[in-house]
Ligand binder design. Structure first.
Ligand code: ZN
Length: 432
């Protein structure tokens, strides 16, 4: 039995200290003068396996506690447009973040739910002056209030279900437990951690984008606790997303008596829809989808107005600009018809730059020290990581818990992934 295993038998696990001394880890009980027992230890001291094992030994026995925290966060419903519910969850999150040693503040947001910022500062002044790690989470979900009545939080066959469990309340749990592990094990952070937990990611981050971009400007790198691809695969590229509305103005006329005096906005829109669909190019990863059309007033009236809503996804900024230029420059086919285009790119693409690839490789080797084999992939959906990556900040996304079904009925989290993914997050914060 190792020292660490013996340690599990003590009554109060939280009071353990893993101390690197004379070439090995030893475990000490804190003295009366708690806090003075051991100097903060840099994760870079000592063999990798010791401190990573300490993280796993700390987090694995806490799986049930993590599931309980996940349930409490899920049971706190938080649709993106409900300020009352979001503010209440922001307050609860602040309290939880403070309980694990972070300085947490609510950022008042008259335009939506309050956001939360949490900071953990290293004790070492040189480390405290280093550019921080930025951790991005959101606590809004796509599920309307009341969803819990039909889909209560439950755990069955190792799967936790409930609205927003995978996207991304599990990510919040990982943050809380990773910070708890770092604090309780007295592992010294090499730089500050700034965590932004935002309330409007699911609606395109209208009020948090500026905060995220400001934080990104000061940070060394960003970790995004969004759900991973199948099997826990990290996201090192995400498509950019644009949303456009094409409004067509024609002229109304009686469809039976004098149709020649009308200009059909519906016919014009039909031409434009076909033109728009042609912009899709699977070989370049570009999709243009006219998802909604509406127009006309009655069957016996030549339609005076019609409009389409268009979703655009692109893998590079250059492609985004090309598609946007074409959509904004659409010309009417019917003489007398007029087109009006609103909207644009909402989230720029997260491109897999060399800096992103290098960050992933470092994460991969840190993952190996925890016994995790990390893989990377790209996602068609966007996240707040798109904003940080577009500013040139090395960004790793998809660091959330394993599971499936974001925004879908089968949304779930594999609960046995919670400890190892929290350990991964802690290890990244300690080593990157
Ligand atoms: Zn999400």
């Amino acid at each position: 039995m190792t020292e660490q295993e013996k340690g599990h038998e003590t009554e109060d696990e939280r009071r353990w200290r893993f101390v690197w001394r004379d070439d090995e880890y030893i475990i000490e009980e804190p003295s009366e003068e708690e806090g003075k027992l051991v100097a903060p230890m840099l994760a870079s001291e000592g063999p990798e396996r010791h401190w990573t094992q300490a993280l796993l030994d700390y987090l694995s026995p806490r799986q049930a506690e993590m599931v309980r925290a996940l349930g409490e966060l899920v049971e706190h419903e938080s649709p993106s447009l409900d300020k009352g519910l979001l503010d209440a969850l922001a307050a609860a999150l602040c309290a939880r973040l403070e309980a694990v040693g972070a300085e947490a503040h609510r950022l008042a947001n008259p335009g939506g739910g309050d956001h939360v910022q949490a900071v953990v500062r290293p004790a070492d002044p040189a480390a405290a002056a280093t550019p921080p790690a930025l951790v991005l989470c959101h606590f809004d979900t796509v599920w309307p209030a009341g969803t819990l009545r039909e889909k209560p939080f439950q755990v069955e066959d190792g799967r936790a279900r409930g609205p927003g469990v995978f996207d991304m309340k599990a990510g919040l749990v990982l943050l809380l437990f990773a910070l708890a592990a770092i604090r309780d094990l007295r592992l010294a952070l090499p730089r500050p951690v700034v965590a932004l937990c935002t309330s409007d990611e699911e609606i395109g981050s209208p009020t948090s984008r500026a905060l995220i971009e400001a934080a990104a400007g000061a940070a060394a790198y960003a970790l995004v606790l969004e759900s991973p691809l199948a099997g826990g695969v990290l996201k090192t590229a995400r498509k950019g997303v644009g949303h456009f509305v094409l409004e067509v103005h024609g002229r109304a006329a009686h469809a039976g008596l004098e149709p020649e005096k009308g200009i059909s906005a519906v016919t014009e829109l039909a031409h434009q829809v076909l033109r728009l669909q042609e912009l899709s190019d699977p070989s370049r990863g570009t999709t243009v989808n006219v998802g909604v059309v509406r127009g006309g007033s009655r069957a016996n009236v030549v339609a005076a107005r019609a409009e389409a809503e268009i979703d655009v996804r692109v893998t590079t900024l250059a492609e985004a600009e090309w598609v946007a230029r074409i959509i904004r420059g659409l010309e009417p086919r019917l003489s007398g018809a007029r087109l009006e285009v609103r909207g644009g790119l909402n989230r720029p693409p997260m491109e897999r730059t060399e800096a992103v690839a290098a960050l992933f490789q470092r994460a991969q080797s840190i993952g190996r020290s925890l016994g995790l084999e990390l893989a990377e992939g790209s996602a068609g959906g966007a996240s707040d990581g798109n904003f940080t990556a577009a500013l040139g900040l090395p960004t790793l996304d998809g660091l959330g818990a394993l599971g499936d079904g974001a925004h879908a009925d089968h949304e779930h989290v594999l609960v046995d992934s919670l400890p190892s993914r929290a350990a991964l997050l802690a290890a990244l914060l300690l080593r990157l």
